[in-house]
Design a protein around this ligand. Structure first.
Ligand code: 5RP
Length: 262
């Protein structure tokens, strides 16, 4: 157990602060303490990315997500890269950014366990269930998260919702199953649209396509995740409910709110 001059004994996730004040260790910036009412969405994302450094475990391999909030986290993580063993990336883009900072990136097949997976979300509800995949990395995100002990969600306050579904639910599909899965999603009450890029179907890191299903009001996310998982041709659905967040660091006008889920 580590003890530092100005923080309580820490038994697990915070030992990056050893020998320094925790505030120094996490790159604390008084500018974020908090005139958040004046802060942009990016500044809120940056604030939660900094706060997430408290959950990084020394000498461990850390699972790293994808997206703009995850990018801020990567930039913060790079500052303490000598204190971790390395990372597992949830996308090619994340791997490239980590490597550009000189942070070691392991193949998931080389790794048996990780204490934490840290990533953003498109929506999160009061139970810790999330919609993810706005950046197209939902399948690898779900795989890496499944190997980690805890999912630490980092998000600006706009992502917290009462009922998920305003953000279209991403569903990654084998290309030949696009139409059959779309019909099944429509039967569930959604309006699925094939994600496009430059006039062609958007292709994931796994060579698959994404249907964005709008019009859902997701009141039972675990049941819907199971239902969509079972559709032939679905690679994965961007609902993270069966294995949701353990903690969410939410950037709000009053500061970083820590939400813990059972
Ligand atoms: C990528 C994701 C992202 O975590 C999600 O889209 C949130 O992105 P951002 O941090 O840019 O708001 O699931 O597939």
């Amino acid at each position: 157990m580590l003890r530092t001059p100005d923080c309580k004994p820490c038994s697990q996730a915070v030992p990056v602060c050893a020998g320094r004040s925790r505030r120094e260790a996490i790159g604390y910036n008084a500018a974020f303490d908090f005139k958040a009412a004046d802060m942009t969405q990016d500044e809120l994302k940056q604030a939660v990315a900094r706060a997430a450094i408290e959950y990084v475990v020394e000498d461990a391999i850390i699972g790293v997500g994808t997206g703009s909030t995850a990018n801020f986290f990567i930039d913060e993580l790079a500052r303490i890269k000598d204190r971790i063993k390395g990372t597992v990336a949830s996308s090619e883009a994340t791997a490239a950014r980590l490597k550009s900072h000189g942070v070691p990136v392991f193949d998931l097949n080389e790794v048996e366990s990780m204490p934490v997976y840290i990533d953003g979300a498109d929506e999160i509800d009061a139970s810790g269930a999330m919609i993810k995949g706005g950046g197209g990395a939902l399948t690898r995100e779900k795989i890496v998260a499944s190997v980690a002990d805890k999912f630490i969600c980092i998000a600006d306050g706009s992502k917290l919702v009462d009922v998920m579904g305003k953000f279209p639910l991403p569903v990654e599909v084998i290309p030949m199953a696009e139409k059959s899965v779309a019909r099944s999603l429509a039967a569930l009450g959604a309006q699925p649209v094939l994600r496009m890029k430059d006039g062609k179907p958007y292709v994931t890191d796994n060579g698959c396509w994404i249907l964005d299903a709008s019009g859902l009001q997701i009141r039972d996310p675990k049941a819907l995740e199971q239902q969509i998982n079972q559709l032939p041709g679905v690679v994965s659905v961007g609902l993270f409910a069966l294995q949701g967040a353990a903690v969410c660091l939410l950037g709000t006008p009053d500061g970083v709110r820590v939400m813990k889920f059972d």
